[in-house]
Design a protein around this ligand. Structure first.
Ligand code: FNR
Length: 387
């Protein structure tokens, strides 16, 4: 039976004939190479966070104060990382978190398609953002057989929101991820100091510009008056959602609805009571609000409140396969990789992205092999301790 850890063997065997991996397998080197590769505006937008970036830094650092205890004399010769999400079988609990500037992360401006191709190649689901350089239909098609999720930034114009959701459902996305923390943009000094906000420069708006309901708001189509279309986008972006909107969201789609940005156990309980099909623990990688608690430290409380009633998705600060396993141990059903896969996109497009996903999965698989956890259930039983 093939294992994700086999990626390690392939690297060592290639090394015998002098071939080393085209891209680094460790996060620090990968990040440094992506930062050197990108134009400054893309680098700062991807890497930047809110305020002095304390929450952003804490997200990743906090994984270090969680530790796991290995078990010995367990047969881990065969590992099984498979799981399901809303009835779809998945080979592992890893997925790609929605990143609204994937489009400009690759040199060719088609990073969403590259991420989708990496998803098709690896079986790691891609959560496509509303913000993209390619229409959501094309992105879904590029994901191939791998299930995909669609992340909604809810337009203030209800017809535009409904239209985009209907398109996502028709295109075959398996779940709607509604982001709750981004009706305004957080205070991001790196971008403010350079006066750079990609969307206002016309980037990553393909889903709006191709949308019939959005186009109906315009006096002239975006192909003729791009600036007016951008300004209409800015004027209609970001509906403030409250619990009362759940019924409306539900009326838009038969897709399972996942609420992204839930950090408090009471919000998780309320979301389930309001009909949410999944809870997504995330603080947006520290980009939206500073002064928060690292997301991984909040995961156990939310998972306890959810108590297995719906799947718990998690992101913010995941940098390695070890982090992925810790998130499972602390209650996540699915673990979202964020910035690291953008680094792979930057350096090698779809192949670079797939390399990052394979590296994370190989590290996770080998950790499970060494530590006596042949399944995700065993990881959950083992748990993690705050050190
Ligand atoms: C994001 N994130 C995000 N989230 C979302 O729901 N829709 C989006 O369009 C975006 N766009 C976006 C752009 C960039 C450049 C980043 C870095 C992040 C948040 C994303 O889904 C996820 O929550 C974070 O990336 C997790 O933090 P780390 O692990 O990447 O630090």
């Amino acid at each position: 039976m093939p294992h994700y850890g086999d990626y390690q063997n392939a690297i060592y065997i290639a090394g015998l004939s002098g071939t080393v991996p085209e891209w680094p397998v460790d996060h620090v080197t990968l990040r440094a190479r992506a930062e050197a590769h990108w134009p400054a505006a893309v680098r700062d937008y991807v890497q930047g966070g809110c305020g002095d970036e304390h929450t952003q830094d804490a997200n990743a650092a906090a994984f270090r104060h969680w530790g796991m205890i290995p078990r010995m004399m367990v047969d881990t010769g065969t590992r099984d990382l498979s799981c399901t999400l809303f009835g779809h079988p998945l080979p592992s609990p890893l997925f790609m978190a929605p990143i609204g500037v994937n489009g400009i992360c690759t040199d060719d401006g088609h990073g969403d398609l590259a991420a989708a191709h990496a998803s098709a190649a690896t079986g790691v689901p891609f959560c496509a953002s509303t913000l993209g350089n390619d229409p959501l239909e094309d992105v879904r098609a590029a994901c191939g057989e791998t299930p995909a999720l669609f992340q909604l930034y809810t337009s203030r114009d209800p017809d535009v929101a409904a239209s985009i959701v209907a398109r996502a459902e028709a295109a075959g996305y398996g779940a709607l991820v509604v982001t709750l923390d981004t009706w305004v943009t957080g205070w991001r000094p790196r971008d403010l100091n350079t006066g750079n906000f990609p969307q206002l420069r016309g980037h990553v708006l393909a889903n709006y510009f191709t949308d019939p309901a959005f186009r109906a708001l315009l006096a002239r189509p975006p192909e003729e008056d791009r600036q007016a279309a951008i300004m209409t986008w800015a004027a209609t972006f970001g509906r403030v959602l409250t619990w009362e909107d759940m019924a409306w969201l539900r009326s838009l789609t038969r897709m399972p609805i996942v609420l992204k940005g839930i950090c408090h156990p009471d919000d998780a309980r309320r979301a389930i009571d309001a009909g949410a099909d999944g809870i997504y623990v995330s603080n947006h990688g520290g980009r939206q609000a500073n002064g928060g608690i690292a997301a991984i430290d909040l995961l156990p409380g939310v998972a306890q409140a959810v108590a297995g009633r719906v799947p718990v998705l998690f992101d913010s600060g995941v940098r390695s396969g070890t982090d992925m396993v810790k998130a499972i141990a602390l209650g996540a059903d699915l673990v979202g990789l964020g910035r690291p896969y953008c680094y792979g996109l930057a350096l090698g497009g779809a192949d670079g992205c797939a390399h990052v996903l394979r590296s994370v999965l190989a590290e996770a698989d080998l950790l499970m092999a060494v530590n006596g956890w042949p399944t995700l259930a065993a990881v959950r039983d083992a748990g993690a301790r705050r050190t």
